[in-house]
Design a protein around this ligand. Structure first.
Ligand SMILES: *Cc1c(COP(=O)(O)O)cnc(C)c1O
Length: 365
């Protein structure tokens, strides 16, 4: 039995008639940049997240970058980021000219650790940028409290957290501003690139809308040097269809996570730890194993594909070679990277496939 890591055609097959007609409607509307579908998606996604405003942008990296620019972050400012995250979080910060201040993860949840944030704050700190990695919300209340005390903004990277909830409320408006990606593999995925920002702050929403649309709110009048970063109406139309099934699809992920949890506990493997009050979207199901590479090979021989999120921490990437971020600088991130393994999870796996993954792991010696 073959178990791919991700099969995006399952989502299309389930929703084909609706997606096809939504796409055709855009094609015949002649509205190919912004317009009605984008407006409708923004309203529906804001409502879903419990945020007052949603602004569509071109992708998740731009969502973080535009949020930082809207907060006025630039050269001389410092932004606190997780040492353990996808590289986009870091790229967005360095793109603004601001300085990265990476902080090690809490070892059991992989989230940004509030105690370590406190130590990382200096008089140039402007923003704390937590990432709800793997779809599991970080403990936001202590972070928000630190931010309020020091007059800092909180920007959440929620690219993996569509539908995740923190203390009973969906991610989307806990921090000052929340950045989203609709990359196809995310829980809410487009059929191409897409992204958005949600916030309760009308000023921030307006600045992002202007910055992402050539710095212009009136055609051919450019108030700031903006970018071209808009959500494609074809993608917006597809996202509107998929948003309706997102809660059900997240529920299917939760069920698989539950099956993994009850079948794999007590093994040589560290399973995800979810503290009370945290409701993950289960974007990824990440375990840790000392013999990760051998286990991965064992699974591959049984036609099961796994991935590693992420094999090389950002500070050791060639892109940051010039920054003096030597090996050994973030020992927790470096220690967990060779142990991480993401098992297949998603709304379109059959029970037999998940069973096959579990049985194969249980046979590992
Ligand atoms: C996917 C992702 C992004 C970037 O999203 P893109 O749409 O691919 O640019 C940013 N941060 C995290 C944590 C992600 O997983």
């Amino acid at each position: 039995m073959n178990v791919p890591f991700l099969d995006l055609t399952g989502a299309y097959e389930e929703l084909k008639p609706d997606i096809d007609s939504a796409v055709l409607k855009v094609l015949s509307s002649g509205e190919y940049i912004l317009g009605k579908e984008v407006d409708l998606f923004e309203n529906e996604y804001a409502r879903f997240c419990g945020a007052r405003y949603c602004v569509g942008v071109a992708n998740g990296l731009d969502a973080i970058l535009l949020s930082l620019l809207a907060l006025g972050v630039g050269p001389g400012d410092e932004v606190i980021v997780p040492a353990h995250t996808f590289i986009a979080t870091w790229f967005a910060v360095t793109r603004t000219g601001a300085t990265l201040v990476p902080v090690e993860p809490a070892e059991c949840t992989y989230g940004l650790d509030p105690d370590r944030i406190q130590d990382a704050i200096g008089n140039r700190t402007r923003v704390i940028l937590p990432v709800h990695l793997y779809g599991q919300p970080v403990d936001l209340d202590p972070i928000l409290k630190i931010a309020r005390t020091h007059g800092l903004s909180v920007l959440e990277d929620a690219a993996q957290a569509h539908g995740s909830a923190y203390k009973g409320r969906r991610i989307g408006s806990h921090g000052d501003i929340v950045a989203w990606s609709f990359y196809p593999g995310k829980n809410l995925g487009a059929m191409g690139d897409g992204g958005a920002v949600t916030t309760d702050d009308p000023g921030l929403a307006d600045r992002i809308r202007v910055l992402g649309n050539y710095g212009s709110s009136l055609k051919y009048l450019h108030n700031v040097q903006g970018m071209n970063s808009r959500l494609d109406p074809l993608q917006a139309a597809i996202l509107r269809i998929k948003l309706k099934t997102l809660p059900e699809w997240n529920e299917r992920r939760r069920r698989i996570a539950g099956i993994y949890g009850s079948s794999l506990s007590g093994r040589e493997m560290l399973l995800p730890f979810v503290p009370p009050g945290i409701d993950p979207s289960w974007h990824l199901y990440v375990v840790r194993h000392r013999e990760r590479d051998r286990l991965r090979q064992h699974l591959l021989e049984a036609s099961i594909t796994t991935l590693i999120h992420y094999p090389v921490p950002p500070h050791l990437q060639p892109a940051y070679r010039d920054r003096n971020l030597a090996a050994g600088r973030f020992p927790i991130s470096e220690r967990i990277a060779p142990e991480l393994l993401s098992l297949p999870i998603g709304p379109h796996f059959r029970d037999e496939q998940i069973r096959h993954v579990i049985d194969t792991i249980l046979q590992f010696r």
